[in-house]
Design a protein around this ligand. Structure first.
Ligand SMILES: Cc1cc2nc3c(=O)[nH]c(=O)nc-3n(C[C@H](O)[C@H](O)[C@H](O)COP(=O)(O)OP(=O)(O)OC[C@H]3O[C@@H](n4cnc5c(N)ncnc54)[C@H](O)[C@@H]3O)c2cc1C
Length: 319
């Protein structure tokens, strides 16, 4: 695979693009897993017009591109990738505002800032996102969520789908639109908008007391501290929970006695069996092999195929 022939492209891009351009940026610096090789271009558009300019330029130059959020759900090849990664992190993509009970959040806002803003506004409903380390763009794209106890004390799966009302997107050709929830095919860890860039979203929340909201956020955070791997680099849950049985992917991996199984520095977490940790210098190949090994063992033992939740970016694709 060729490197994007640099200088000319850079010069031409700089004529139409106002934001920051980095070359040969290692994605290991932008992923929670701390794994990822260099991409030819790493772009931070200043605003929507700048994003459109970048997308149009890259399309015309036939340079493949991807959108990267906070990198908390990514496993990226450590080989060079001849692509552009676009990160929506400039001030423009940090807007948070409120009208009545509806909160507007731009793609680059962190979930922590979103939750804190809602708390300060006395708006309840987003507390279940506490402790999920992503951006609004990534959370909408992934339909991020968590288990919650409802008022009757029953466990319920909450996700972005429950609170979002509409999403502003840009398609791959650079066209903008606003899509309402009823037209979005949300499902478990997907919003079905695979060909769209999430620019911002509106969330319908409910008035609530700040003290109660804070207590609920704390309860979610405490639960994460108890049950999730926070010490070593990881990408959250590696596999989706299977739909055909009512046992979580983590429970299946644990029942197969795979906690601690390691290939090089990639290991199944001792705390949460659905997490793979990077104990130091884990390579992409080691994590991928560990994923395959877990899939084979679990399938042989329980006849359940574990589908990856983590997005895997390599020269074969960006899935
Ligand atoms: C310790 C830990 C705990 C976690 N716990 C949970 C949990 O409880 N529940 C849960 O659901 N997830 C969890 N995750 C996974 C992850 O945090 C979420 O999936 C999060 O929503 C990803 O957001 P991100 O900004 O990091 O996206 P990234 O990881 O950067 O990207 C993920 C995908 O979203 C796409 N994307 C990102 N931004 C945009 C955009 N603006 N437009 C279009 N596509 C975009 C990317 O192209 C990629 O395909 C956890 C991760 C870690 C490391």
């Amino acid at each position: 695979m060729k490197t994007i022939s640099n200088l000319k492209i850079q010069e031409n891009l700089a004529r139409v693009f106002k934001g920051r351009i980095r070359q040969n940026e290692a994605l290991s610096q932008h992923t929670y897993m701390k794994i990822g090789g260099p991409v030819d271009l790493f772009l931070n558009p200043e605003d929507i017009a700048d994003l459109k300019a970048a997308v149009e330029f890259l399309n015309q130059a036939a340079i493949p591109w991807v959108i990267i959020g906070k990198g908390s759900n990514l496993l990226v090849s450590d080989q060079h990738l001849p692509i552009a990664a676009i990160e929506l992190s400039s001030a423009f993509f940090q807007e948070l505002s409120r009208q009545n009970n509806v909160v507007y959040a731009a793609a680059g806002v962190s979930l922590a800032s979103f939750i804190n803003f809602n708390k300060s506004q006395g708006l309840a409903g987003s507390e279940f996102l506490a402790g999920i380390p992503g951006s609004i763009g990534g959370a909408v794209f992934m339909n991020a969520g968590a288990r919650n106890l409802n008022s009757a004390g029953l466990e319920k799966l909450c996700s972005v789908f429950d609170i979002v009302s509409q999403v502003q997107v840009m398609d791959k050709a650079g066209e903008l639109s606003i899509i309402s929830k009823k037209d979005i095919e949300f499902s478990y860890r997907s919003c079905g908008l695979d060909d769209q860039i999430v620019i911002a979203a509106w969330f319908e929340l409910e008035p609530g007391a700040e003290v109660k909201i804070d207590l609920d956020i704390q309860a979610f955070l405490d639960n994460k501290i108890k049950t999730q791997e926070l010490g070593l680099p990881n990408a959250g849950c590696i596999f989706k929970n299977p739909s055909i049985i009512k046992i979580s992917a983590g429970a299946l991996i644990e029942q197969a006695n795979l906690k601690g199984l390691a290939i090089g520095d990639a290991a199944v977490s001792l705390i949460h069996a659905n997490f793979i940790v990077n104990k130091g210098k884990a390579s992409f190949a080691q994590v991928k092999s560990l994923i395959s090994q877990i899939q084979v063992i679990v399938e042989n033992k329980f006849s359940v195929y574990l589908e990856p939740e983590v997005k895997i970016w390599d020269r074969e694709g960006f899935k």
